[in-house]
Design a protein around this ligand. Structure first.
Ligand SMILES: [Zn+2]
Length: 289
């Protein structure tokens, strides 16, 4: 986490993950356990982290981010819960992206548990997720923190009993997050500050991300994210000052330290930065995207 590069693993396949158990799988805190979905890629790192949340000994469990519509993964979620004597009673989505949400309808069919999400299109049942709401389930309190930016519907979930926050794709276990085309950099910066403020006001031990390993230094990670965004913005300002006219030119200049395979995703982030700089009146005429 010490530099701004994206040290994402290239060429990891489902079979290599299956052959070498990934330490992310089974990691977590007293009340949160990660089940790693078998969907590794450039954008999903080791795969999607599905989180099972329950007080030990509880007869029920919350599933956060069922992950992709992978029958084996969904079966495993259900089997692990059953092994613990737990019934899935709530399914919660950190945001709408399919690597987190696509398995939710099937898990709903398998368990009968409602799917709670900010985006009404992804709900199954009447309940959404509202800012500051405390979801009381399975012996736990999960506080909803709206953290838009990666997408407009992104939330984080604080589990105060363990001193952890589940961050979805707002903060990743390695590298930095992308601002999607429906996301907003100004929202994202505010969300990072909101999470940073929580590290000041409460005892926060760990961030549990939607991809990659858990993060034991929440304040340090958030400071890195905030500094990284400021550095990238300054680099984009520099590229504009040098006369770059479009996202492709800016990426070639600014993301020279990043694997070329990731440049299409970097362009998505550059467009978000250009939208932000345009709000500030800092994009010269003639720049288009
Ligand atoms: Zn996402």
């Amino acid at each position: 986490m010490a530099d701004g590069s994206w040290p994402w693993r290239v060429g990891v396949t489902a079979s290599t993950v299956a052959a070498q158990p990934n330490p992310i799988d089974g990691s977590g805190s007293s009340r949160a356990t990660c089940l790693l979905a078998p969907n590794p890629s450039l954008m999903t790192l080791d795969g999607t982290n599905t989180w099972l949340i329950a007080e030990p000994g509880s007869p029920t469990v919350i599933v956060v981010d069922p992950g992709p519509a992978d029958p084996g993964h969904l079966q495993r979620i259900s089997a692990v819960a059953a092994d613990r004597g737990q019934r899935v009673v709530d399914i919660v989505l950190t945001h709408r992206h399919l690597d987190h949400s696509a398995g939710a309808p099937r898990l709903h069919e398998m368990t009968g548990a409602p799917v709670r999400a900010v985006d009404p299109a992804h709900r199954l049942g009447s309940e959404g997720l509202t800012s500051g709401e405390v979801l009381v389930s399975s012996g736990c309190e999960l506080r909803v923190i709206t953290t838009p930016g990666h997408t407009s519907d992104s939330v984080s979930l604080q589990l105060p009993a363990d001193g952890v926050v589940l961050t979805g794709d707002t903060v990743l276990g390695r590298g930095t997050a992308v601002i999607a085309d429906d996301g907003s950099l100004s929202d994202y910066l505010a969300s990072l500050q909101r999470l940073r403020a929580i590290t000041e006001s409460t005892d926060l031990r760990l961030l549990l991300p939607g991809h990659g390993p858990l993060l034991p230094d929440p304040a340090g990670v958030l400071d890195f994210y905030i500094a990284h965004r400021a550095e990238r913005l300054d680099e984009v300002r520099g590229a504009l000052a040098a006369g770059d006219q479009n996202p492709a030119e800016i990426v070639a200049r600014v993301y020279v330290d990043v694997d070329r395979a990731l440049w299409p995703f970097a362009e998505v982030s550059v467009r978000a930065q250009l939208r932000y700089l345009r709000e500030l009146g800092e994009v010269p005429p003639g720049v288009s995207w």
